[in-house]
Design a protein around this ligand. Structure first.
Ligand SMILES: [Zn+2]
Length: 205
């Protein structure tokens, strides 16, 4: 048993290199006993009780609906994102006060992910059922993010709801995960309506 063995565990986390992992391992070893116990019990609790919200598929602890879906004061809009991490980032930025819908992935021919693998069908249902007034697609500006945004926008065509995509506040090829608050804010402000010009198939419901 040595520090290296412990550091290897920390390195499993994203963004943790060997140096940081070693620091974390040392901090963990020298942490006060009670604090360390709390750390372990929190890790265990989340691992055991975490699940996905029945409605928006965001993370939730021990309840069917997440805190956001349970809040009736939010605006009747939905931001469509790839992962629960995106929800967290947007919430932290404090730029949006509606609901979310987490797809849990992006359409990817390369990785064999089809729209049927994502939570898209129930997004369509939600819009009518919940009286949603606006949808904002906030997938990354990558090939996969674009494919997904196009597909979602096409599925929502014909519903009586305006659909937007977040704007170019994000760099091309940019992943939403890494956007800072200011960039994220710019992306929301510069959002653009989808499907107005290029809607050649017409509205067929
Ligand atoms: Zn939810």
């Amino acid at each position: 048993m040595n520090l290296e063995e412990l550091a290897r565990q920390f390195r499993k986390l994203p963004g943790v290199g060997p140096r940081t992992a070693e620091k974390m391992a040392y901090a963990w070893l020298t942490m006060e006993h009670r604090e360390a116990e709390e750390f372990i019990s929190t890790l265990e609790k989340f691992r055991r009780n975490i699940r996905f919200c029945d409605r928006c598929h965001n993370l939730t602890v021990n309840q069917d609906l997440c805190d956001i879906c349970r809040d009736p004061r939010r605006e009747k809009s939905i931001v469509v994102v790839e992962s629960p991490q995106d929800v967290e980032n947007i919430e932290q930025a404090g730029i949006y006060h509606g609901y979310y819908h987490v797809l849990h992935g992006l359409v990817s021919p390369r990785r064999g992910v089809t729209p049927q693998d994502l939570f898209i069908d129930d997004l369509v249902e939600r819009i009518t059922k919940e009286g949603i007034k606006e949808v904002i697609i906030a997938t990354s500006f990558t090939l996969e993010g674009d494919l997904t945004a196009d597909y979602v926008a096409r599925r929502l065509r014909g519903l009586d709801v305006p659909v937007y995509r977040i704007g170019t506040g994000l760099p091309v090829g940019g992943e939403l995960n890494y956007a800072d608050k200011a960039t994220l804010r710019a992306a929301f402000i510069t959002r653009q309506k989808v499907g107005d010009q290029s809607d050649q198939e017409g509205h067929n419901g």
